[in-house]
Design a protein around this ligand. Sequence first.
Ligand SMILES: NC(=O)c1ccc[n+]([C@@H]2O[C@H](COP(=O)([O-])OP(=O)(O)OC[C@H]3O[C@@H](n4cnc5c(N)ncnc54)[C@H](O)[C@@H]3O)[C@@H](O)[C@H]2O)c1
Length: 386
Amino acid sequence: MKKTVTSLDAFKEDQTEHKIDASRKLKVAIIGTGWIAGAHMQEYKQMPDVEVVAAADLIPDKASDFMKAWGYPDARCYLSCHELLENEPELDAVSICTYNTQHAPCAIDALEHGVNVLLEKPFTVTLDEALDVMRAEKKSGKILSIGFQPRFNPNMQMIKKIVESGELGKIYYIQTGGGRRRGIPTPYGTTFIEEKTAGIGAVGDIGCYSLDMVLNAVGYPRPLTVSGYKSNFFGTRPDYYPNHPEYASKFQVDDFAAAFIRLEGDIVLDFRIAWAMNMDTPGDTVILGTEGGLRIPSTECWNGSVGGPMKLYQEVCGQQTETVIPIIQTKDDLFDLKIRSFLDAIKNGTPSPVPSSEIIYNQAIIDGIIKSAQAGHEIAIEIPEI
Ligand SMILES: NC(=O)c1ccc[n+]([C@@H]2O[C@H](COP(=O)([O-])OP(=O)(O)OC[C@H]3O[C@@H](n4cnc5c(N)ncnc54)[C@H](O)[C@@H]3O)[C@@H](O)[C@H]2O)c1
């Protein structure tokens, strides 16, 4: 038996216009002016209550070229995060858009300077770094939000709503992950694949999104143990990069990872992620509960999309049913919502939209996968209270 629900809301224009109080302007700077910094700048430029006053990049002229290209020829530009923070005492906020290994030092530096931080994903490279960032956050009393834009997509939010509605009963098993057949991110160079800049590969870059999708839905239970595996069979092959065979010798991170994770509440999480593999997808996301099961067609998550309509499997009066959850169309821009929610939290003194208290569990799993893979056996995940 099959029933299809429709959502009238999917056809309604959003009636609620977000009113922005432009009487108080926030002074913002961008740290790291590479690929993703443009997405932040595009949104800041449209915010009537934001003044982008400065930028920093380690590469000479990169920050000033970036600011000129975005129409700020007079912006103050610096050669490091620290130099910028020392010279900009009136800053309200920074977007940290550096490569992964510079997330923790820049976030800590900014928080210690009393500046609110929007930090790009993944939170950090290691769990210890993330804990250090949280200590600085606590001491500063400032807002730290981590850049998980898929959370603002209504389809992603629907997953959480379904879990919270109780339709699935008690959740006991989750399968998630994602991947690409050939998709190591090297279009702009090697910062995603070298140890000194990336620190972690697919497991952090796209794995963090798959983890957030399901962990956020089920209320971020504490991870307890992990048995992890990682490999790098593709990134290390010169023939993978026909135009840049030299990248192979620079590839020092994972391009595939898998793990079996035990979560508080007697839930197990089966995870796999790939930048490259001989397969189109490692499978759909599946959430199994005692009263229902939810299938989320394979998705890479980062843009908030689901790979097709989700299906809810239940038993109704002895009949096995499948309910199709229609895809919710939205005109909302996820980066706009990610940045607006951060700015609103600063202005209204409300909690961080994507708080470290949740993402620390995401980071602990990533860290655990790497450590368990290196050890060759299951390990316990220890997360001290901050
Ligand atoms: N949310 C998303 O959809 C999304 C998309 C792409 C990348 N990202 C994340 O954004 C981050 C940056 O990615 P990218 O593709 O822009 O990388 P990138 O390598 O293109 O740019 C990073 C820039 O940061 C600069 N930098 C590093 N350390 C610095 C420091 N201490 N002070 C000043 N500048 C510094 C580098 O010189 C470089 O120009 C990564 O962590 C990545 O995971 C997020």
